[in-house]
Design a protein around this ligand. Structure first.
Ligand code: SF4
Length: 213
């Protein structure tokens, strides 16, 4: 993890990291940005979030938009119709049940439409400064397995395995380090193992073809 901290220095950061920084870790923007980011390129997530937050920055104002309006603002994120419906429904719940605030527990966050453990963990880490959570997305799942830290089939299994396999002090940073590495170096297809600064510590488990670059 210390190597990762040095290795990601200067690399392009994930969209959610930028949204969090720009909004000073506003829980609502972290929540909505993460909802939009699923299976979507970072640049698309960043642009869609910016358009949406320009029109509505609070659960109250966003709940006042129609699903169609939200769809138009967030297009072309993947599954934009589903996500628009989830955003609208989530905002209504925040207004009606949580006084316009984002709830602060995993159990409550998981009741919001479209919110799974990845989104809930990221909100808890970024917006509420939790030191007890690990956010596992597809990059964290893939790289943890390639490194040999865990041997798991799903991101949820990886999250639980990482709690056992890693030192607690790194938990809040695991997502940032591994997502940045996954987008820039340890990519899903043709990882850049030849120029990887972590290579001597990596089992390269399941890696069969690497980038020639
Ligand atoms: S050596 Fe290859 S598989 Fe291992 S972390 Fe680096 S890029 Fe990923």
């Amino acid at each position: 993890m210390r190597l990762f901290a040095r290795a990601i220095d200067g690399l392009e950061l994930p969209a959610i990291e930028k949204i969090s920084e720009a909004s000073q870790d506003d829980p609502f923007q972290v929540l909505i940005g993460t909802l939009l980011s699923a299976r979507t390129q970072d640049a698309t997530t960043a642009a869609a979030s910016a358009r949406l937050f320009q029109v509505a920055r609070t659960p109250g104002t966003m709940a006042g938009l129609s699903v169609k309006q939200i769809e138009k603002l967030i297009y072309p994120v993947s599954f934009y119709r589903h996500k628009a419906a989830h955003v609208k429904a989530t905002c209504r719940i925040l207004v009606e049940q949580y006084d316009g605030r984002v709830p602060t527990t995993m159990e409550e966050l998981l009741t919001l439409p479209g919110v799974g453990r990845k989104t809930a963990n990221l909100v808890l880490i970024r917006a509420f400064k939790s030191l007890k959570n690990i956010c596992v997305d597809t990059h964290v799942h893939r790289i943890s397995n390639r490194l040999g830290w865990v041997r798991t089939r799903t991101p949820d299994e990886t999250e639980q395995a990482l709690y056992r396999a890693t030192d607690e002090k790194w938990w809040p940073l695991l997502n940032l380090y591994l997502v940045t590495w996954g987008q820039n170096v340890c990519r899903p297809v043709f990882p850049r193992c030849g120029s990887c600064l972590i290579r001597e510590h990596c089992g390269q488990v399941g890696v069969t073809r690497t980038s020639k670059a």
